[in-house]
Design a protein around this ligand. Structure first.
Ligand SMILES: Nc1nc2c(c(=O)[nH]1)N[C@H]1C(S)=C(S)[C@@H](COP(=O)(O)O)O[C@H]1N2
Ligand SMILES: [Mo]
Length: 415
């Protein structure tokens, strides 16, 4: 029907609608020049591009985003970073979930894939992927954060954007079967206190952990955000240990072995340890502590002009739920409590917002969060006092963004 209308009747239609809008605003005592209505002549857009004059595109079998949207991961050979500054809400779209792989993304045929549970169990068992889907399913939202996230910020301001400083964390809804359910099938011998998990990638990545500490939350996942896991996130199976450092969340998982104590694999000896000031390397720092970052305005963004700015960001804690986020615009001298935007879920990115009037002067923006254990995110100075400066992993200190007088925002090192 729409296609039959002549261009003349169409432009008459949009003209009268425009008159109506202008009429309505003048009723409020505002003239047309004072409001930001886009007064575009109907004829300025070629008919072929006017979405109201040509039929739209067809339905599709698998969706994709608008061609006008460009947010992307920042990849290198071994990882890619989530564009935190471009996201809304708390879910990271699967296509933008950060990636970290020690030897590439394997191509796995789910029909060929098996999960073996063996070692100190009563009955070793081998599961097909489809068999795992027959068990009662669980879904939960949870963040994953690489313990190397923000690792380059210990000694200087390194990353230019929130993506570069904090992009090794993302939140998804994860679905699968509780590890507990599978261990009930195999039975665990009393000496089987730790669990070694191995991936079927070319890195054969392995980590071990004390089972009891995480048994109520550990999930063998086959789905992410409503569909099967992405290959980058471990298709067809990954281990999810909510709140624990990213590398324990073994992707492409093929083997779980119950063992009496720590396995001392490469990823818990040569890597992922924290060298303390006294020269002792601390191992097995599983929990990712409370951390937050302002994503708007953040590094490399520009505040267009003085006036209202909504400060927005993300906070998360591997110990539980975020209970408060405080924001400073003066480099930590004074703090205001931000609003938490629901849902506020444990071990999940939590969105916070705070209204701010920017006066056009230099400002230093910071956020600090508190989790439900009462723990407050430390300043870099407080963290360095305990940890020294030999560390790379597990930096959860307060991030500072400097707003220049011209509105440009940059990463700044404050300790
Ligand atoms: N098999 C296997 N599992 C793995 C890895 C890997 O390289 N191989 N990388 C680990 C690391 S270091 C992190 S931070 C997380 C990253 O998960 P993601 O790529 O889904 O974001 O996966 C972990 N699991
Ligand atoms: Mo990692």
């Amino acid at each position: 029907m729409r296609a039959k209308k002549s261009p003349a009747s169409k432009s008459k239609q949009s003209l009268s609608r425009r008159h109506f809008l202008l009429g309505a605003t003048s009723l409020l005592g505002v003239t047309a020049s004072q409001v930001l209505l886009p007064v575009i002549p109907a004829s300025s857009q070629p008919a072929s591009q006017d979405p109201m004059r040509v039929p739209g595109g067809p339905a599709s079998v698998y969706g994709r985003r608008s061609v006008h949207e460009q947010a992307q991961r920042l990849p290198s050979a071994t990882r890619s970073l989530t564009p935190l500054q471009d996201l809304h809400g708390i879910i990271t779209p699967s296509a933008l979930h950060f990636e970290r792989h020690h030897n590439g993304v394997p191509l796995i045929d789910p029909a060929q894939h098996r999960l073996l549970i063996h070692g100190l169990v009563e009955r070793p068992m081998l599961f097909q992927v489809d068999e795992l889907k027959l068990f009662p399913a669980v879904s939960r939202l949870g963040f994953i954060e690489c313990s190397g996230n923000t690792g380059k910020e210990w000694k200087r301001a390194h990353g230019k954007t929130a993506q570069e400083t904090h992009g090794l964390t993302s939140t998804s809804e994860w679905t699968g079967v509780m590890l507990k359910t599978l261990l009930e099938q195999t039975g665990v011998k009393p000496e089987g206190l730790w669990l070694l998990a191995e991936g079927s990638d070319a890195a054969a990545m392995t980590r071990s952990f004390p089972v009891e500490a995480i048994i109520d939350e550990a999930v063998i996942c086959y789905a992410q955000n409503g569909e099967p896991l992405r290959p980058e996130q471990g298709y067809p199976l990954r281990l999810l240990l909510p709140g624990w450092e990213g590398n324990t969340n073994i992707k492409w998982v093929r083997r779980l072995k119950l063992i009496p104590g720590p396995a001392m694999t490469r990823e818990e000896t040569a890597k992922y340890t924290d060298l303390m000031p006294d020269g002792v390397a601390q191992q097995f720092t599983f929990v990712m502590e409370a951390k937050s970052v302002i994503t708007h305005p953040s590094g490399n963004q520009r505040i267009p002009k003085p006036g209202f700015v909504e400060i927005r960001g993300l906070a998360w804690s591997g110990r539980g739920a975020i209970t408060a986020v405080e924001v400073s615009v003066d480099g930590g001298h004074t703090w205001r409590t931000a609003e938490l935007q629901g849902p506020v879920l444990p071990k999940c990115h939590t969105r916070f917002r705070l209204a701010w009037q920017w006066d056009g002067k230099e400002a230093i923006l910071q956020s600090r969060c508190i989790d439900d254990t009462g723990y407050r995110q430390p300043t870099l100075q407080e963290l360095v006092k305990v940890r020294g400066t030999n560390s790379y992993y597990h930096n959860h200190a307060i991030q500072s963004w400097k707003v220049l007088e011209n509105g440009h925002v940059e990463n700044v090192y404050i300790r």
